[in-house]
Ligand binder design. Structure first.
Ligand code: GLU
Length: 469
């Protein structure tokens, strides 16, 4: 039988790191087994679900490259089907109407707490055949009294829960809308899900879901509950740790491949290998090797992986992502300066993120408004204008604008003026880049091109003359 997994987010916020890791593991299990992967939007909580959040989830999945074979399905489009199943459970005697009021249930809970018992529904309406006003009734699933539920979890191992621990759970609210445990069961059944991969915050729901599936005569899926992700301080990962939506990582200059690589290592390992291509992940990933213990998010490590990807990925791929960052800065690389691929090659060693790379590259495309104050003070001295003038004259005459040729000219001029190379190259760098940091001078000049170099040299010469005191 072919394998089918799903990712079933509730659209009540961004696609965050934990959700993305769940999606990735579920996706990997499907890919590895040549199965299929379903995206299901669990939007039945009408008050908390938003279109904005649906869009953010879809955007995050796309950016990460987690493609789905089916979906997105929306639970709000399946209410008729849920209702059909609820009616079937009622007809079978596996569900019943419950007329207990909130006050009654509160009193029951308080009593149970006072008696040091686990708060649970006492089954009062189980055998209440008498139909009452529809207004305030809910529908409960009649959980079996005897026996136990076995979950053979692919990550956690065997979990056994006695049925007498489980009370009769509400499957339809007073307004008739189905609850989470019912919709998940119906969807997993109808969609033929063979492996439910999800966060272990759902592990308490699983025995209840299994009992409903059994009542419906459905095949049971396998379950894999993933341990949670902690922040550096050992607390559950939250916004406080900077764990925000996945798209924030794009904005912060991470490559999706790097984030995926980082996520796959959160709770899974293969020897001490750190870097996995997408293909390798698919080949090597195994749900049964997922750690039982929670794993901690480590931003430093993510940054290191990102740098590895920036340095070692195909520059074309990096350039594609860099383009977005340049656009954010109002730069159209095609018309304003060097090809982004060349820029990537020049800047990748020194850039841990694409934001660093973009910020350090603006001058290749746009004139800077002012010189970096420290760099100007240090490098623009009396007489520097004359050095720059010699460079300008030589560069104006050079037949071919080529990095090595330009570098040789700088060397010759230094020799001719009896100056150390740094006394020529560094003022030149500040003159053309506005800052003292850039790739090597040959690469910098060849990326800048003749026009920008010459006009900026002129500008610097005038600046030094004007600022002479
Ligand atoms: N919609 C649930 C959530 O976002 C997940 C349900 C499931 O995976 O079974 O937490």
């Amino acid at each position: 039988m072919s394998i089918k997994t799903r990712f079933a987010p509730s659209p009540t916020g961004y696609l965050h790191v934990g959700g993305a890791r769940t999606a990735l593991f579920s996706w990997l299990h499907a890919k590895k087994n040549k199965g299929s992967f379903v995206l299901r939007i669990e939007d039945t909580d009408l008050e908390r679900s938003t279109q904005e959040s649906v869009d953010a989830i879809l955007e995050g999945m796309q950016w990460l490259g987690l493609d789905y074979d089916e979906g997105p399905y929306y639970q709000t489009q399946r209410f008729d089907r849920y209702n059909e199943i609820i009616q079937q459970l009622l007809a079978q005697g596996d569900a019943y109407y419950c007329y207990c009021s909130k006050e009654e249930l509160n009193a029951l809970r308080e009593q149970q707490m006072a008696d040091k018992q686990k708060p649970r529904y006492n089954g009062k309406c189980r055998d209440n055949a008498e139909q009452q006003a529809e207004l305030n009734r809910v529908i409960r699933f009649r959980n079996p009294d005897e026996g136990e539920v076995l979950i053979d979890d692919l990550v956690k191992g065997k979990i056994i829960v006695a049925n007498k621990e489980l009370d009769d759970l509400i499957i339809a609210r007073t307004d008739g809308t189905p609850t989470y445990n019912l919709t998940v069961v119906v969807d997993d059944m109808d969609m033929g899900i063979t492996h439910v991969v999800r966060g272990d915050d759902h592990v308490n729901n699983t025995p209840r879901q299994i009992n409903i599936l059994k009542a419906l005569g459905a095949d049971l899926p396998h379950y894999a509950h993933l341990p949670m992700i902690l922040g550096d301080d050992g607390a559950r990962l939250s916004k406080r740790h900077g764990a925000v939506g996945v798209m924030q990582y794009r904005d912060d200059g991470y490559l999706p491949e790097a984030l995926l690589n980082y996520l796959v290592r959160l709770g899974w390992s293969h020897g001490d290998q750190e870097i996995f291509s997408r293909e390798e992940m698919i080949e090597l990933f195994d749900l049964s090797q997922v750690n039982v213990a929670a794993s901690a998010f480590n931003t430093e490590k993510l940054l290191w992986i990102n740098h590895q990807y920036i340095m070692n990925s195909d520059p074309e791929l990096v350039a594609k992502h860099l383009q977005w960052h340049m656009q954010q800065r109002g730069i159209d690389a095609e018309t304003q300066g060097p090809a982004l691929v060349e820029l990537v090659k020049a800047q990748r060693e020194r850039s841990k993120t694409l934001v660093e790379m973009a910020n350090a590259s603006v001058y290749f495309y746009q004139d800077f408004s002012e010189y970096d104050a420290k760099a100007a003070k240090k490098n623009f001295k009396q007489g520097t204008d004359e050095v720059l003038q010699v460079l300008l004259d030589a560069f104006t005459k050079v037949p071919e604008w080529q990095g090595e040729v330009l570098h040789d000219i700088v060397l010759q001029i230094a020799e001719q003026l009896e100056l150390k190379l740094g006394k020529v190259a560094q003022p030149l760098r500040v003159a053309v880049c506005g800052t003292g940091m850039s790739p090597s001078i040959d690469v910098t000049l060849s990326l800048l091109g003749r026009e920008k170099t010459l006009s900026r040299l002129e500008r610097a010469i005038n600046y030094i003359k004007e600022n002479k005191n």
